[in-house]
Design a protein around this ligand. Structure first.
Ligand SMILES: Cc1cc2nc3c(=O)[nH]c(=O)nc-3n(C[C@H](O)[C@H](O)[C@H](O)COP(=O)(O)OP(=O)(O)OC[C@H]3O[C@@H](n4cnc5c(N)ncnc54)[C@H](O)[C@@H]3O)c2cc1C
Length: 337
């Protein structure tokens, strides 16, 4: 691709549902701001497709956007791959952003792949870190080969440089007073973009306490073995007023919901205390707990990798340890933090 220098600025796709901006969008605005500083103050643009959502712009300006591009159309009210891809693809071709960040949520992952193909560029999915090299290019860090290496990816010949980032990897910045620009853009949809239709929307019940906000998280792994014994993870969580999380096998078994899986393709958490029970500690999981203040691991195998990430470890069968621990904590009375 010629004329790479024509591509300027950093864009962030703003994910919103029913007029409520997803927290990860604020996190990505903060990431974009940090990248912008490394690039001598490149403009940060929040790309906001939807219907009747212009009122969200002020918040986006307060949390890092220099400009909001508001693409308003009734067909953009609920997310659909084809019209969103059309609008975003056209805007990218017209305005040429150098970097485009999207959340690695279900919606963002679906959209990012389509848009990358539409504008003929690459995409690094599920990044865990972003940086700028001395040449001003975006470095996109992704765990690869089952987590054995952290791959740093560059997109030297195509623009925009596109990356999707998991919720929780960055934090929302401090609000600021700066003035910015809110711009309405023309939405030009084609008949072939309107083949999909939303018939009904079902909202999934959220876990009682979101693991991303929880100060204490008790997580279980495949080592729990069966749904009956999972109650020990929940009992320990209850007595500690903790949120319950887990690895992929408990999700596959239906012991936890989608929003409770921790790791590369799940949530990134920052609790004061994380207790992992029956978890081996592969990189795809521990990448989600690296910001936990204190990590406690309970595993019957002394060679389990989780002990390398732990501040405190117990080599034990959870079936023996957890009943004793829960009993002692219950005896100790209400747990306060
Ligand atoms: C692209 C990709 C993305 C992925 N993303 C994620 C992700 O986001 N999150 C995630 O978690 N996984 C993810 N995975 C899956 C990941 O690779 C592992 O398969 C998974 O994390 C292993 O879960 P586990 O530690 O619970 O199970 P295992 O690896 O099977 O470990 C079970 C552990 O329990 C211990 N144990 C057994 N019995 C007991 C007992 N009675 N008492 C105490 N300890 C006991 C064992 O010693 C063992 O260490 C991903 C994989 C891929 C390929």
């Amino acid at each position: 691709m010629k004329d790479l220098e024509d591509w300027k600025g950093i864009w962030v796709f703003i994910e919103q549902e029913e007029g409520c901006v997803a927290e990860v969008s604020f996190e990505l605005l903060n990431a974009a701001k940090q990248l912008s500083e490394k690039k001598g103050g490149a403009e940060v643009t929040a790309l906001l497709p939807g219907h009747g959502v212009k009122g969200l712009s002020q918040d986006l300006l307060s949390y890092g956007a220099d400009r909001v591009l508001c693409a308003d159309h009734p067909f953009l009210e609920k997310y659909l791959t084809l019209p969103y891809t059309r609008v975003i693809g056209d805007l990218i071709s017209e305005r040429k952003p150098e970097i485009f960040l999207l959340p690695a949520t279900s919606l963002g992952s679906d959209l990012a792949a389509r848009v990358a193909i539409r504008v003929n560029t690459g995409l690094s999915a599920h990044c865990t870190h972003l940086a700028i090299n001395p040449q001003g290019e975006l470095l996109q860090v992704v765990p690869a080969f089952g987590g054995k290496v952290m791959a740093t990816i560059l997109c030297p010949k195509h623009r925009p440089q596109m990356a999707s980032i998991r919720p929780g990897v960055y934090r929302r910045g401090e609000p600021r007073e700066d003035e910015g620009v809110v711009e309405d853009v023309t939405v030009d949809l084609h008949p072939e973009d309107l083949k999909q239709k939303v018939l009904e929307v079902h909202w999934e019940k959220k876990a009682a306490q979101g693991i991303e906000e929880a100060e204490v998280v008790v997580a279980g792994g495949a080592g729990i073995g069966n749904g009956e014994d999972w109650k020990w993870v929940e009992r320990l969580a209850r007595v500690l007023h903790a949120a319950v999380g887990g690895t992929r096998p408990p999700l596959d078994e239906g012991w936890i919901g989608e929003g409770q899986m921790i790791g590369q393709s799940g949530k990134t958490i920052r609790p004061k205390l994380y207790i992992g029970v029956g978890i081996s500690g592969v990189i795809q999981h521990v990448v989600g707990i690296q910001d936990a203040k204190v990590v406690v691991a309970i595993n019957k195998d002394p060679r389990a990798a989780i002990f390398q990430s732990a501040d405190l470890g117990a080599v034990a069968d959870f079936r023996k340890l957890l009943p004793l621990l829960v009993e002692e904590l219950e005896k100790a009375g209400p747990f306060s933090r």
